[in-house]
Design a protein around this ligand. Structure first.
Ligand code: SAM
Length: 263
């Protein structure tokens, strides 16, 4: 039985279990990521059976094909412990990368990660919410986010904010867990997320976050509707690039190009 409390729903082991139907949802998501921040990367690797090591680099490969121009200013939103942000700094050796997250504990862990790796001097972490970004309009050539979209309380508003901070012609990359392409594989996928992942979570006394994970997967619109939401937010050129039989998808969108840039 889950117990609702002033700070939101919790699982029997006391861990936060965000409830999307409640007005406190955003606060609950922040509490949940605070609760798992120390072990986030470890559980991410275990729950994805190590596939997350492939997904981010492959998404950057898809990005290079969609938009073969090196960006000079990049924003990674919902950066967590900074895995994608660090890869972006290495991948684009001339880019300054800003990485933002609304959970303080995640940003603290990101900053604590060993420095001295390639690109670390061009990487800056800060706290910010995706729904109200503290950046001027047109500040970035590229905005990215990985495994964030299904946690957002208002996806259209967040997409519009990402569009606002992109310069005309700039590109958005959203990487997210999605429904597998094959129905047979989809049954296996849901059995894994609905049964195995919550069991793993309970075993490490993090029942709430890992019950929330399969629920959050169902809140993401299907691929085609996600692309429609991107177009509605001001990204007329879009593409979806599924990986690992569709378990994850890189959604790419190019912001409206200014008339002088066309041709
Ligand atoms: C599943 S983690 C992904 C972290 C990282 N992007 C990665 O690839 O490992 C989701 C992150 O998004 C952040 N997040 C969720 N909603 C957010 C929002 N509205 N604004 C900013 N960050 C948010 C959470 O704090 C968390 O660190």
């Amino acid at each position: 039985m889950e117990a609702p409390g002033p700070a939101g729903r919790t699982a029997p082991d006391g861990s936060p279990y965000p409830d999307r139907t409640q007005p406190t949802f955003e606060r609950e998501v922040r509490r949940m990521f605070t609760h798992i921040a120390e072990r986030y990367e470890w559980f991410d690797h275990v729950a994805s059976l190590g596939n997350d090591f492939l997904w981010r680099p492959r998404a950057l490969w898809d990005l290079d094909r969609f938009w073969p121009r090196p960006p000079s200013r990049v924003l990674d939103l919902g950066c967590g412990t900074g895995e994608l942000a660090r890869q972006l700094a290495r991948h684009f050796p001339a880019a300054r990368v800003y990485a933002a997250d609304f959970t303080r504990a995640m940003v603290v862990n990101a900053v604590r990660a060993p420095r001295g790796r390639a690109g670390a001097d061009r990487l800056e972490f800060c706290r910010a919410t995706a729904l109200l970004l503290p950046f001027a309009s047109g500040s970035f050539d590229l905005v990215t986010n990985a495994f964030v979209a299904r946690n957002l309380s208002d996806l259209p508003r967040a997409l519009a904010e990402m569009r606002r901070v992109l310069r005309p012609g700039g590109v958005l990359l959203t990487l997210e867990i999605t429904e597998p392409v094959s129905p047979r594989f989809s049954r296996l996928f849901h059995a894994y997320f609905d049964r195995v992942v919550p069991w793993l979570g309970a075993a490490v006394r993090r029942a709430g976050p890992y019950r929330y994970l399969p629920e959050s997967l169902r809140s993401l619109p299907p691929r085609e509707r996600f692309l429609e939401a991107m177009r509605a937010a001001g990204f007329p050129r879009t593409a979806a690039r599924p990986q690992s039989m569709g378990i994850v998808t890189a959604f790419l969108g190019q912001a409206i190009v200014a008339p002088a840039q066309r041709g």
